[in-house]
Every structure is written in structure tokens, then in C-alpha cells.
Design a protein around this ligand. Sequence first.
Ligand SMILES: Cc1cc2nc3c(=O)[nH]c(=O)nc-3n(C[C@H](O)[C@H](O)[C@H](O)COP(=O)(O)O)c2cc1C
Length: 284
Amino acid sequence: MKDIFQIIRERYSCRTYSDIPIEEDKRKKLRDFFKENDEGPFKSRMRFKLLEFDNPDSDKAIKFGTYGTIRGAKVFIAGAVEKSQGSINMEDFGFAMEKVILYATSLGLNTCWLGGIFRRSAFAQEMGLNVNEEVLPAATPLGYAAVRKSVIDFVIRRGAKSSSRKPWEQLFFKGGLEIPLSEQDMGNHARLLEAVRLAPSASNKQPWRIIKDDDSFHFYLKRNKTYNSIIKSISLQDIDIGIAMCHFELMAQEMAMTGSWIISEPEVECGDLEYIVSWVSGGK
Ligand SMILES: Cc1cc2nc3c(=O)[nH]c(=O)nc-3n(C[C@H](O)[C@H](O)[C@H](O)COP(=O)(O)O)c2cc1C
């Protein structure tokens, strides 16, 4: 993917799709991408599938495409991840699915993360989900945006304040929660965190917080417990952290920074935040 920062800036949640079909070569590129994108940084196995309901005799397009908040979509991508004891499979899934979303964006296609209200069981059936071993955390419609947005599109975007993001000083800190980390502090590497700030999150809650300590970046979750327990076995806010990790890692790669993910809680002041993961520079 070229110029990842630009792609990150271009992506937005599109909920109204046009009739323009997705070209066959783009479908193939996506299927190829799914094959190599089959695990997250912590090795949870996953798979993605194109669900194509746009052949003339499919009546499923109507069922899938007009449900709930999404209008006009006839192609979707669904993702399944193996179950795990803890929630790190959700971070892994968020990471890998966001790569898919950004890859689709780089092909000029529109998407919208769907993790809350969507026909999960119908998607699971189309995926051939193995319910004993897998969960289906999210899906996305795929296609070209319609020129005119539906009313519900406007309502949701306004409700979630989708175009706005929290300022740096509420998200990023140095050494502990007391001292905010500014763009100036990051110098040439400011885009590393700006890419995280621009990431999508469930209901645009932006629950990620990062504390920089020397050359390490510690990722924390400002968890909203009620919100997370809406759907059993799926934690939308852990998926959000995976998305933040994805943006961070893709930017780090573009800036030729090397490092790796580890889970090892540092001794820094983090208030009521929940530690999730750290990116430690060097190695590889
Ligand atoms: C894990 C996750 C789940 C989401 N679930 C839904 C959903 O069920 N329905 C929906 O319309 N938008 C959903 N969204 C989209 C968010 O509302 C959207 O990303 C956020 O408001 C920011 O707007 P933007 O994507 O246009 O930048 C979800 C986003 C994420 C990351």
C-alpha cells in the first residue's frame, strides 16, 4: 500500500452505496490479500471472505444490503477469528480487519466497519462459521459511495460526531498520565500518532490512550464496561485497540522504524486505564 497516511485520511464510514459494480480485478486483489492476511500480531488465526450478492439472480442482496444502517450495498467482507481465553484475539482481529479496510480504500473502494447492529447470524451462515471454534466480530459493506447520502447516514454521522477526533492532549502522554505528549515532542514522527488519532472506533469513542516511555509506546484502553458487554464474546473496544495498533504499525513501517509488540505492563502511572500492549522499538 502506497502512502499509508493518505489512505488513512481518505477512509471514512460510507453507509450509502451506488449501483456501480466492483471490478473483477479488484475482487481478485482482495481475495489474494485475504490469503496472506490470516493472522494478527499475537498469532490468532482468522479468515476473511467476500460475500457477493450482486449477481442478477441473487435475492440475498436485498436482505443483506438494505438492512439497518447500510443502504445499497451488494458486496460485503466478513471476518472470523478463532476463539481464545482472553480478549487478545479481538486486538488481533481489529488489526487484521483494519488492514483489509485500508487495502480496500487504497483500491478506491468504500467501507464501513459493522460490529454492532448487523445481521451477524446471516453473515455467519454465509461464512460457514464453525461456531465451536470461531466468532464473527465484524463485517463491512464494500462498493462505491452513492453521490447522495441516505438520511440515516447523516443521522449516524452526526450522532457519533464521526468527523471529529479527540485532541492530542487527551490521547497521548509521556512517562505517565500527568504529562501530555505534543506533536512538537514527536518531531518528525508526529504522523505515527496522528495516524492513530484518525483511526475509526466503535461509536467513535476513541478509547485508546498511549503513554510513550523512552522508545516504547504503551497502549491502554479507557474501557466503557457497559458498552463492551453488549455482545458476548465480542469486545468492540478491544477491536478498537487492534485498529489503533494497525495504524501505528503501518506508519512505523512507512517511516522505516523497526520494533515489535509485546505484552509486559510497565511501571508507569496510568490511572484507571487498562494496559493492553506495548510497541518496543529496535530488533527484528
Ligand atoms: C469496531 C467498530 C464497530 C463499528 N460498528 C458500527 C456499526 O455497527 N454500525 C455503523 O453504522 N457504524 C459502525 N462503526 C463505524 C463508526 O461509527 C465510525 O468508525 C466512527 O463514527 C468514526 O467515523 P469514520 O469511520 O467516518 O471516521 C464501527 C466502527 C468500529 C471501529
